[in-house]
Design a binder for this molecule. Structure first.
Ligand code: GLU
Length: 327
């Protein structure tokens, strides 16, 4: 980082937001939109942006994707404050949080396989378990070591929901008031994988706290995770950020873009010589802004307004694609 950017970072007094790509596939237009909105929202109030590579799911991380994410963000014209944070470097902090949960009886070892969970759910006496974890391993082992010794399997860890847990209410600055029934919808959820590595819900909560994040703006596919993250923040005495969940980008058939749709990846657009300012302009218009011509993200900071974003998904189909290429 140059001295100039250190100074700029130090003097920013607004919220702290983050861009948290997972290097598991190519970033596409949907990611670009969520990242731009997160960036505008924070920069519009003179806030700081943390860039964190969420590379914990080692089985799904693809070589070269982390560098690709950075290149895509730079191509778009986004910047961030401070060094890039790499989630897998935070193992010690994640372990400390997991150890605390275990020590306080808030997490327990679980040796269930996916198949066993499915079978337990469909057993005749299971009752109406729905898609929640049926609690098979709750109270079954006194320690990770015992779970491993008794079953010969490496245990994962699940967060033990309080027995009297009612609906978990939370406020989203874009979508309003929510109430999630984690006990009946999800049940005791994983906080560590059987490899010992932190699971997403745990890692994101610990990292957001370490990074001083005060505002989480992300796609609304993550709305169902919010209550689980709130419960972990409460259990670990961590502050909760402002939550903002924005609609996703969908194709002309209302299907959400997936990392598989490589044709709409930022890497493909870049290779085709698409002007990133044309994409920024489309994203700005899709978010209720009215840029006059091709614009850089920084030019549009003063025009951003959360309330102007339409509540329905943004459609990016062949027409939008053709318009982008013609700009
Ligand atoms: N890394 C996650 C993803 O790419 C985002 C996590 C979050 O925003 O909380 O889906």
């Amino acid at each position: 980082m140059s001295e100039e950017s250190v100074d700029a970072t130090a003097s920013r007094t607004g919220p702290v937001g983050r861009l948290a790509p997972s290097p598991t596939g190519l970033l596409h237009i949907g990611h670009a939109r969520s990242f731009l909105l997160a960036w505008w929202s924070v920069r519009a109030r003179d806030g700081r942006i943390v860039l964190r590579l969420e590379d914990l799911d080692a089985g799904r991380v693809k070589p070269g994707m982390a560098d690709g994410c950075l290149r895509d963000l730079e191509w778009l014209g986004l910047d961030w404050d401070g060094p890039v944070i790499v989630q897998s470097n935070r193992a010690a902090e994640h372990e400390a949080a997991l150890a605390r949960l275990v020590e306080e009886g808030r997490a327990y070892p679980c040796v269930c396989t996916r198949k066993e969970i499915e079978e337990a759910r469909s057993a005749p006496h299971a009752g109406d378990v729905g898609s929640r974890y049926p609690g098979t391993c709750r109270g079954r082992f006194s320690s990770l070591e015992e779970a491993e010794a008794k079953t010969g399997r490496s245990p994962a860890l699940r967060f033990q929901l309080p027995n009297d847990l009612g609906p978990v209410p939370f406020e989203d600055a874009f979508t309003g008031r929510h109430s999630a029934d984690v006990a009946s919808d999800v049940g005791d959820f994983p906080v560590a994988r059987k490899t010992g590595e932190a699971a997403y819900q745990l890692a994101v909560v610990v990292d957001d706290a370490l990074d001083g994040v005060t505002e989480v703006l992300r796609g609304d596919d993550l709305l169902p995770s919010t209550a689980q993250q709130l419960l972990l923040q409460e259990a670990l005495d961590l502050p909760s950020p402002t939550w903002i969940h924005v609609p996703l980008v969908v194709d002309e058939g209302s299907r959400r873009l997936a990392k598989r749709s490589d044709a709409l990846s930022l890497a493909a657009l870049r290779e085709q010589g698409i002007d990133p300012r044309a994409l920024t302009t489309w994203i700005a218009r899709s978010a209720g802004m009215a840029p006059e011509g091709p614009a850089e993200p920084a030019d549009l900071v003063p025009s951003f307004a959360l309330a102007a974003i339409p509540p329905s998904p943004a459609v990016f189909g062949p027409t939008q694609r053709a318009a982008l290429a013609a700009t």
